[in-house]
Design a binder for this molecule. Structure first.
Ligand code: ABN
Length: 178
């Protein structure tokens, strides 16, 4: 039975050799190295990566800065931006009240190329905010046409006539007349 013992011993050694801890680790290390080299060149789909940050022209899109006079909704705004005064583009800062009357302008949204009616309501009840004064006058007409003039304190119909800042509320799409 010696031959049988030898055969068994040899095959046991072979198994032990090929499954040794060092051998397994060496094989694992080899796979890791090959994997690390191969992974970056695999064909990942990167088409949609950063898609949200791409502008139509392919460049990086910057979020519109609503505290800058150049923001499209302010094309006919004359006053202090409420977004710089504790409010937002379309809401008044705490402690002030939206004007009951307003001046309406028409501005083009560069994102969709459409014209929108914008209501420039003043916020009333506190003294002038003094920050982010903007004065764009698209469609503005001289003061004798009051409804077409933007240089007016629209707090005139409120309990307090004190002007604080101006909002830009989107009313809807402007009708196209041909
Ligand atoms: N609508 C803004 C404003 C307020 C007071 C005076 C002029 C303009």
């Amino acid at each position: 039975m010696k031959w049988f013992d030898q055969l068994f011993e040899r095959s046991a050694r072979k198994v032990a050799h090929s499954t040794s801890r060092r051998g397994t680790l060496a094989r694992l290390g080899k796979y890791l190295v090959v994997g690390a080299i191969a992974l970056p060149v695999l064909p990942f789909d990167r088409v949609n990566r950063d898609a949200h940050a791409l502008a139509p022209g392919g460049g990086k899109k910057k979020a519109p800065d609503e505290s800058q006079c150049e923001y499209w909704r302010y094309c006919a705004l004359d006053g202090f931006l409420c977004s710089c005064c504790g409010g937002t583009t379309s809401s008044c800062p705490p402690g002030t009240e939206m004007s009951k009357v307003a001046w309406i302008g028409t501005c083009r949204n560069p994102v969709d190329g459409k014209d929108y009616l914008i209501s420039y309501n003043d916020c009333c009840g506190k003294n002038a905010c003094g920050r982010c004064l903007c004065n764009f006058n698209l469609g503005d007409r001289p003061a004798y046409r009051m409804g077409l003039h933007n240089d007016i304190n629209w707090c005139m119909a409120n309990t307090s006539n004190m002007f604080h800042c101006t909002t830009s509320v989107i009313i809807g799409l402007a009708e196209q007349h041909s």
